[in-house]
Structures are given as structure tokens and as C-alpha cells.
Design a protein around this ligand. Sequence first.
Ligand code: ATP
Ligand code: MG
Length: 339
Amino acid sequence: MQDARFTPRVFSGIKPSGGLTLGNYLGAIKRFVQMQGGGFETIYCVVDLHAITVWQDPKELRSATREVAAGFLASGIDPEKSILFNQSQVSQHAELAWIFNCVARLGWMNRMTQFKEKAGKNAEAQSLGLYAYPSLMAADILLYHATHVPVGEDQKQHVELTRDIAAKFNHDYKVDFFPMAEPVIEGPAMRVMNLRDGTKKMSKSGESDMERINMTDDADTIARKFQKARTDAAPLPESVEGLDGRPEARNLVEIYAALADITPAEVLARYPGAGWGTFKPALADLAVERLSPISGEMARMMADPAEIDRILARGAERARAIAQPVLSRTLDIVGMVRG
Ligand code: ATP
Ligand code: MG
């Protein structure tokens, strides 16, 4: 349900922690484009401050930041219609995050499944930033008083934490200042799974390149990766209930559905009882058809990084114009003396 006191505004971000994947495209970017011009003000961010919660080589970080921006633009984000920028150029994100570090409770952070998954068995060796990440994410969203946050299923818990932070801030300071942001998670493929292990999500920072489809993969690579994707031996079922207990089969059917803009049931009706020898090449063809215009445009843009940098700088300027008044008001509420 929408928070009616606030103008509808969308915020979302993607980390430049590697190249974009099909998971990022279907779970996030596709919806970013749909929401643009749909009665929302749309703000999209390359969240470089989040990326450095795990080690990033500086040169690669710079290149990945431009590549993620190019992915947004090539997919249809229009820098005139949306505000597109990289997080570190708007220092208000980090400032508000500090305030939120003092609002969020340790107990809340300890429940975050992403930290547990990313930290693995070696939590002691992780950065403090990785642990505090959800508080920075809350700042990203609330700095713009965003009401809607399109994300993949894996980020739902962080958007819920954002609501908890907003509610506690409003309650503690007896104000009605921050909105309750809604996660927008609709349709199939909101959690695209790893192609080699259907119990893990596809991630740009995953270990093996074979487990993900990169948005910049060429047609042969996409075909090979789907060909080698792990599945069970049974053919496609007649109905979606038949996908229960078959995570890899469900994943490939959902990817097809999301790429074709149809439902999983319609996919099964299109390929009744098909074997993988039929379905995987059809899926690869569809993915190539959808991704190759985008990757072609990304390559063209990456040849002119100065133009990408100009777009990000201009977006940052527009973002700051919204962010600074919200931060100033927050500091006033908290009781900071300002000249
Ligand atoms: P990392 O491995 O560094 O965390 P990532 O691939 O998970 O990278 P993020 O930058 O963390 O990408 O997330 C960007 C957006 O993409 C978020 O909205 C997230 O929910 C979405 N997303 C990430 N992976 C998937 C996936 N496998 N399926 C659907 N959506 C995804
Ligand atoms: Mg992630």
C-alpha cells in the first residue's frame, strides 16, 4: 500500500561489483525502465559505496561503475526522464547513513540474511561496511523520500529494514518525516538462480562465470551456458505445479517467461512436455534476441566513457538538489547545530 502523504518516487540502485547479469536485468533494470514515465519520479543509482563493502580493485571499480551506468542507459533509462548518478558523488548518502547507524539496532542487523550469506563462515574477517550495508541502503532510499523500491526478491528484507528505520526515526523524534517505502517485486524471475546450482541465486560476484549470464555475453557464450545449465532429466511438466521441487527447471521456465513477457503457464503451454534438448536452445535464442541489442549499445557507450561521466555528474547534481534539503531537515530534527 502506498504512503499517500508523499509524492510517488522510485529509488533503486545496483552495485558496480562486477558486470551486470541476467538476474540484475530481470530482477531490477527491466522494472526500472517500466516505472520510468509511469507517474513516478525515478531515481536510479550506481551504488559504488556499497560495492566497496567487499574489496574492489580501483581500476575495475571505475570501469564497472561506467559499465553499470551504460547497462541502465542501453536498457532504456533516459537521463532526461530519470535521475541517473553514482552514489559517491552525492555525499548526503553517507551522511544520512551515519544518522541511521545510530537508529538501527544491532539485533536488526544480525537478522540480515544477505550478510550471513556473504560473510559465510568467516564473519570476523568481513568489513564493518558489509555489516552496516542495510543502513546505507535505507539512507539511499529515504534521502529522496522514495515511496517505491523496485528490487529482486533477495533485497526484500533490506527494504523492510528501511521501513523499520523510518518508523523508529519518526517515533523517536516524534515526527512524521520519512515515508514507508514499498518494495516492488512482481512477476516471474524475481530471484534468478545460479545456472550450476538451483539453490543459490545468480550473482555478478559469484565465483564461476558459467553460473551466470552476463549482459555482455555474446550469442555463443549464452548458448553454451544454457546448454551446460544444470537440470534434472525429466521433460517440462504440463502445468506449473509440476515445477514444484524442481528448482532448476523452474528457474529456466521463469527466465523464459520474464524474457518473453508471458507467464510460466504460457511457457509450458508453448512447449508441452518438451525435453531440454528443445527448450534450452529456444531459451538461449530468446535471451540473445533480448540481450544483444542492449550489449551492442553498451559496447558503443563504453567506447566513450567521458560521455557516461558527464551523464552521471549531471544526475548527481539533480540528486543533490533533492537530497540536501532532506538531509538538512534530518539534522535539524536530530538537534545538530547548523550555521
Ligand atoms: P553482488 O553479488 O555483488 O551482490 P548482485 O548480482 O546481487 O551482485 P546487486 O547489485 O546486489 O547485484 O543487486 C542489484 C539488483 O539486482 C537488486 O535489486 C537485486 O535484488 C537484483 N538482483 C540481484 N541478483 C538477482 C537475481 N539473481 N535475481 C533477481 N534479481 C536480482
Ligand atoms: Mg547482491
